[in-house]
Design a protein. Structure first.
Ligand code: MG
Length: 290
């Protein structure tokens, strides 16, 4: 099932997306929100729908809108990305490849929908960078989850872009939180594809396209740490709850590591896409943040 948050009659409803027909069925308000069904751990009812909309005409929001904690993230999960930034981390160089997933978090106010403008403010940063990522949505909570059982805790998958202000990231050294937590910078969605629909989670082609040019393109088969390993290590002594979101790292091709460097500018079109997960299509917007 593909489950979206769709604006209908001034409220966020559950939309059941059928890519084959290009339609999204809107469930009645009594079915609750995507946040509600994810936290229930169950699938929403398959119908009947109040109305069926053309997917191109529907207004999609971030599937998860009610966060009880920060968004979990994994850094350096594609070795080619780890290597491309060698010597460019301005005092934040690790000694070598990490043996465990590297974790950090993003503030919930970063979240925006798949059609929203990404906020950039040149007074705040001049180094806005993109990071296409596959995100996991937790459907069943747990602590110290064994790797072998981790798949049972995944409600579904979606896309996210971990947009990062590189100069802010470097200025507050030793951590990545600040430069990756700017309001309204992280598109997510366009819907949650439930785990049963993804037969090969380690074979998802993930891409980032800026103004029509493919700048990142890699399979999740290149991930250093699997989704199961990430869940297992993150949950060690730390309770994961339904509705928690985990970004699983970006592949090579980020703007900061390019020569010449590429940074997001107002008016740019940023597409984050993956086979089976749909796409985020966001415009970069100049919005005052200070
Ligand atoms: Mg990232």
């Amino acid at each position: 099932m593909r489950i979206a948050a769709v604006l209908h009659e001034d409220s966020w409803r559950i939309g059941v997306v059928t890519p084959e027909t290009g339609t999204v069925g809107i469930l009645p308000a009594s079915a609750g929100t995507v946040d509600d069904v994810v936290r229930s751990g169950n699938l929403p009812q398959p119908g009947p729908f109040d109305v069926v909309l053309d997917i191109e005409k529907a207004r999609f929001g971030a599937p998860i809108q009610r966060f009880t904690k920060n968004i979990f993230c994994v850094g350096w999960n594609y070795w080619e990305h780890f290597e491309e930034s060698a010597g460019k981390r301005e005092g934040q160089e690790p000694a070598g490849r990490p043996e465990h997933p590297t974790f950090f978090t993003k503030a919930p106010n970063t979240a925006i929908g798949p059609q929203d403008g990404i906020s950039v403010d040149s007074d705040l940063s001049r180094k806005w960078d993109y990071e296409a990522e596959v995100a996991i949505v937790i459907g069943k909570g747990g602590r110290s989850i064994p790797e072998a059982h981790a798949a049972q805790h995944i409600y579904g998958y979606m896309l996210a872009n971990d947009v990062s202000a590189r100069d802010i990231q470097r200025a507050h050294g030793g951590q990545w939180f600040k430069g990756k937590s700017i309001d309204k910078t992280m598109p997510m969605g366009p819907w949650i594809t439930t785990a049963d629909q993804i037969v090969a989670p380690r074979d998802i082609l993930l891409e980032c396209v800026l103004n029509g040019k493919v700048l990142q393109s890699a399979s999740t088969s290149l991930m250093a740490f699997s989704f199961a390993r990430i869940i297992s290590e993150l949950s060690l002594g730390l309770t994961l709850e339904p509705g928690d979101v985990i970004l699983t790292g970006t592949p090579a091709g980020i703007g900061n590591a390019r020569d010449p460097q590429v940074f997001l500018q107002p008016g740019d079109e940023l597409i984050t896409r993956a086979a089976g997960l749909g796409q985020l299509r966001n415009t970069v917007a100049s919005i005052a943040l200070v």
